[in-house]
Structures are given as C-alpha cells and as structure tokens.
Ligand binder design. Structure first.
Ligand code: ADP
Ligand code: ZN
Length: 612
C-alpha cells in the first residue's frame, strides 16, 4: 500500500503533524489541481510540493530564483534521504549529463532549476521525455513588476501551461499584498488555480522599536543580554555604516561580517556562505542582503535605520525565526532617519506620482514607530488582516508606554519653529527652547525671543522626542532640500490656537531595562552546556560535508534533544525533525554527545575522573 502524506511527513521529515494549510495544499496537488499558495516566511511552503513530489509518479520540477537557495534546499533533501538534484550554471557539462540521465531513469523525485535553465529548449525537450509530477514555482512574486524582486525570466513561465497541459502547477510566495497576488495568478496563467491563503502573523517574532540615542551601544546591549552567540542580521542604510558597524562589533568580540553592493561578488558570496554555514555569525548589511536566505535560526534582525516602508520592514524582519523559535525584531529610529529617507525619495529619478506613494509609505512607517498600541495588530492591519487581541509579544504590549499631555510643550515647540523663521533644524530649535546662549543664538538675535529658554522643564533628549513626534504626526514637516529645516503644516494651526490637545508617547530612557525579556532561544532547555555541545557536534558534521548546519538538524531539534535527553535510537526517533534517514546517519553520534555530557557534568564526575 502506498504511503500516505502523513506517513511521509513522519518517516522522511520526522514531523508529527501538518501545519496550517499544508495538508489541504498537498491533497489538492495530488489530485492534480493547480494552486496559489500564500504563506508567511517559515510557514512551511516547501513541504507543500516536496510531499506530492514523493507521492505522484515522476519528478517534480521546482523553479527557484537563486542558485544558493537551490543548493541548500537540495542539500537538506539529500540529508533526509530524498532523491533531489538541481540544474543550474554551476554544474559542469558532465554533471549536467549525469542529472539528465538520472532523470530519464526515473531516479530523481525533485529537480530544482532556475527559470532560464528550465525554459531552455534542451531542458524542455528533456521534460517532454520524462514523467513530470508537478511544477512548483517558488518565490512566485518574482513575476510581479511592482514587487522588489522582479525577474523578467519568470514571465516566460506561463508557457508551462501550454506545453505541459494536465500537469499540476503550484505557485508559492510569502508576499502579502493583494496586487502582487493577482499579478501572479494572471501572469503565470493560473486563472483556475485554487488559492490557499494563510495568515501572515509571525507570533514568535518580538517586535520592538527604540528611539535612537547611541545606536551601537543600544545594539550591543541587546546582543549582550539577549543574543550572545546568536546568528542575526543588522541592517544599516549606507555602505559606510555597514563597514563601520561590522568593524565595531568585531572589536567587541562578535563574529560580524559586512555585506553591501560596494563589495565584489566573490567577497559577498564568501560572507553569505559563512553566515549560512557558520554558527552565530552576525551579518551587517544593507538591504541588498537577505533575499534567498533560508537560514532558519536567524535569532534577531536589527534595524539601525528606518526602512522605507512597512512592506520592506516586514520582509526584512521576517527573516528572523523561520524555525518558529523565539526571535527579536528590533529597530532604533530617530528624526534624522526621516530626514535622510525623505531626501532620498526627493532626490530620486522617480516621477511625482511615485514619489508621493513613497512618501506615503514612509509616513506609514513613521506611524508604526510612534505607536503606543500593539505593534503586531497594526502591522497585520496594514496587510489587511485582523488580530483580535493585543499580541503580548511586542514592546508596547510587554511594557506599555506612558503617554503625557504634551499640549503645552507642542505649542512651545511649534511657536519656536515659527518665531525662528522656519529655517532651522531640530537641533537648533531645541537649543532655543533650552535657552542655550551661544554666539550663533546672538547672531540671529534669538536669545531675545519669548520662547528662548521657555523649555527648560524638559531636557534636550525629551525635546528631540517631542519634535520627532510632531513630525511623525504631521504637525511639522521637514524641509528636504536644505538642512532639514522644520516648517509648520496647516494642521499645526489648531494646536497653536489652543484648539487641540496633543498626547505624546513618553520615550523610555535608553538605560531602562524593565522589559520582561525571554532567555536566549534553544539554549534555555536541558542541562547547562548540552545544547552548545550538540551544536558544536553538528557544526563539525556540517563542515566535513560542506553543508549548512541546519540541514543536519534544526536548532529546535537540538533543543528537544537537550531537554528530553534520549538514551536510545527509539527515543531519539520520537523527536520532531528526526526522520528515518537522519536517525540512521546521526542518531548514534548525537546519542553519544548526550551520554558523554551526562558523565562529564554529573555530580562527582571530576572525582571519578581523578580516580581513573
Ligand atoms: P517557507 O519556505 O514557507 O519559509 P519552509 O518550507 O522553509 O518555510 O519551512 C520552515 C521550517 O519549518 C522548515 O525548517 C521546515 O522544516 C519546518 N516545517 C515545515 N513544516 C513543518 C511541520 N509540519 N512540522 C514541523 N516543522 C515543519
Ligand atoms: Zn503587541
């Protein structure tokens, strides 16, 4: 009797249950239907086509946009004992012939290919000769011109429908927005396909935003207290800040690497490789980094600058915690970020319409930063989803911010901007409010203004926070061509007249560490040091085979080993992520680590050693 989908899930992948819509998608594909699968990052899209590939006759063809992604996916499948291969430009001619021969012989279940390779006449002719189980089009949003990852080759994939009628096709993406979804269905000729849409919430990611004071120190504190030894990504806006931040982190003993468009391709590839294949590497990068990074145990994503839109923010932070274990998305932001991004939009070649759209997106981002309510509710609402209750896992839920009646302060600030002629930036306006008596002040005669020194009830940090929030709320605008001069907007009139009340968020003091923070993921369970010992063994095994560590076992599986401490292969087999093949290959090796660790750390072990 042929195996059921659930049996394959258990035997091959070592998982007990399907997640979300996986089973429905799989059943639909096995029955021969086309589908469009929308699942968040880490939702488990790959199994949706990998399991039908093992159940339908012939080979499933998977279209994947990036060579590194293909290589790592195939490596992971081979570890699980699945007959997988790829066709791309990194293969020698001999290797290509070998893959082709295995395909003809029916000894490949999953074939990965880049679109341009797949659509070449040679490959199409090859597929005419063999049984194709299904076509899976991964990262299907690459077909959309509006998206950020547009790949013209993807447009040609529509030919698969005509050339291979009757073979089910499945398009998969984590892109949340409606326009892109429609474009995918249209351009891939998937009009009759069934849509499987999952919620886009990533409950294991803790979203946090901090007002920027000394961003590197703020980051360092998080690395020290919550993410020591963890892999993570730090996003910066400029190449220079990427290089400097990576350097600075290395100086503090963090294994940090840089990644940006100014480096040559070989260097970038080497760094990406170290990040994927190593343990605990921190990548400091511009947004150029991340697409196609499948690493499941990225424990934090930090933004030292404001992203351009909530779409970009959600995608970048979504690279954390694919394995479902706790992860952190932390961002530091300040008024200067707003000014810089506005300047970038304004200085770009884009048309007026596009610029307006970009400014609107930036404003959406700012609104998110200044929220006093649940961040996840706001994020999901932005993507058209409703989360009924506050999440309990964002900074605003964990440590509700105080707000204060800032009407008086707002009036002082607005009036100060007005009286100094709407020609100065935030720094100077704060100096006037605080009554800083210096040469420049006297030169402009501002030391005689009624607002001069009218704000000595708040310190400079608090005043900067007021100004920033007035900008975020559209009461002040920032002049982008000059020096970030502040101007009043039409909305400011109501506040100045005293018709409107202004409630502002009280920024937490940077040093305040009252948040209920979780312990580092994975390492939390089991006896001290065991998780690390398992991780070290995994790294050795991975390095000797030239594969990323996570294709051997996920962190979640190692954490389960540390907690349960199986003593036999049968016990080991019950853990999530331990399939038959991996049990056979690695079961004994990891059992030994567990046993030896038990001996080394058992009470009196040192005495026993000394007696030996
Ligand atoms: P996506 O491509 O949607 O980002 P993946 O297919 O890479 O997600 O899956 C994310 C992680 O979840 C993978 O490590 C995968 O092994 C794991 N996973 C997928 N399905 C299940 C399941 N049913 N049970 C447990 N883990 C799963
Ligand atoms: Zn929340």
């Amino acid at each position: 009797m042929p195996a059921t989908a659930t049996q394959i899930l258990e035997r091959v992948f070592g998982y007990a249950r399907f997640r979300g819509q996986q089973q429905a998608v799989i059943d639909h594909a096995i029955a021969g239907g086309d589908s469009l699968v929308l699942m968040p990052t880490g939702g488990g899209k790959s199994l949706c086509y990998q399991i039908p590939a093992l159940m339908r006759g012939g080979a499933a063809v998977v279209v994947s946009p990036l060579i590194a992604l293909m290589r790592d996916q195939v490596a992971a499948l081979l570890q699980a004992g699945v007959r997988a291969a790829y066709l791309n430009s990194t293969l020698s001619y001999g290797e290509v012939l070998d893959v082709e021969a295995r395909l003809r012989a029916g000894s490949i279940d999953l074939l990965y290919a880049a679109p341009e390779r797949l659509l070449g006449e040679r490959t199409l002719a090859l597929l005419d000769e063999v049984d194709v189980a299904l076509f899976a089009i991964d990262e299907a949003h690459c077909v959309s011109q509006w998206g950020h990852d547009f790949r013209p080759e993807y447009l040609q994939l529509a030919v698969l429908r005509d050339r291979f009628p009757g073979i089910p096709r499945m398009a998969l993406t984590a892109t949340a927005d409606e326009t892109t979804r429609r474009e995918i269905a249209e351009r891939l000729g998937l009009a009759g396909a069934r849509w499987f849409i999952s919620g886009f919430d990533r409950p294991n990611i803790q979203y946090r935003v901090a007002p920027k004071s000394t961003p590197r120190d703020q980051l360092a504190r998080i690395l020290d207290t919550e993410h020591r030894g963890d892999a993570g990504i730090v996003y910066c806006l400029s190449r220079r800040s990427v290089d400097e931040t990576a350097e600075w982190l290395r100086g503090r003993g963090v294994d940090a690497l840089a990644y940006h468009a100014g480096m040559n391709a070989r260097e970038r590839e080497a760094h990406q490789d170290r990040f994927v294949r190593g343990e605990g590497v921190v990548m400091v990068a511009t947004i150029a980094f991340g697409m196609g990074i499948d690493k499941p145990n990225v424990r934090f994503v930090a933004h030292l600058n404001l992203p351009k839109s909530l779409e970009a923010y959600y995608q970048e932070t979504g690279r954390a915690g694919r394995d479902g274990l706790p992860a952190t998305a932390w961002m530091a932001y300040g008024l200067q970020d707003v000014i810089t991004l506005r300047q970038m939009v304004d200085g770009s070649e884009a048309g007026a319409e596009r610029k307006r759209l970009e400014i609107r997106k930036l404003d959406g981002m700012l609104g998110y930063c200044e929220l006093t309510t649940c961040r996840r509710q706001a994020l999901l609402a932005y993507f058209g989803e409703t989360l009924a209750d506050p999440c309990g896992n964002c900074d605003n839920c964990l440590d509700p911010p105080e707000s204060w009646d800032a009407t008086e302060a707002a009036r002082k600030a607005l009036s100060c901007v007005y009286r100094t002629g709407q020609r100065f930036g935030a720094g100077y306006v704060v100096d006037v409010l605080r009554g800083k008596d210096d040469e420049r002040m006297r030169r402009f005669g501002h030391h005689r203004l009624p607002t001069f020194g009218a704000g000595d009830d708040l310190d400079a940090r608090q005043w900067r926070s007021v100004v920033r929030q007035l900008v975020a709320r559209g009461l002040l605008s920032v002049d982008i061509d000059g020096f970030g001069s502040l101007r009043l907007t039409a909305a400011a009139a109501g506040v100045l007249r005293g018709d409107a009340i202004v409630e502002l968020r009280r920024d937490a003091r940077p040093a305040r560490a009252s948040r209920k923070r979780r312990a580092a993921a994975g390492a939390a369970s089991g006896p001290p040091g065991l998780f690390d010992a398992l991780r070290a063994r995994r790294l050795e095994l991975a390095q000797s085979q030239g594969v990323p560590p996570y294709v051997i076992f996920h962190d979640a599986t190692l954490a389960a080993m540390a907690e349960v401490q199986p003593q036999t292969l049968d016990e080991m087999a019950t853990l999530s992520g331990v399939g038959a093949k991996k049990l056979e290959r690695y079961g004994e090796i990891f059992l030994r680590v567990i046993r030896e660790h038990g001996v080394d750390t058992a009470p009196g072990a040192d005495v026993a050693d000394a007696a030996r």
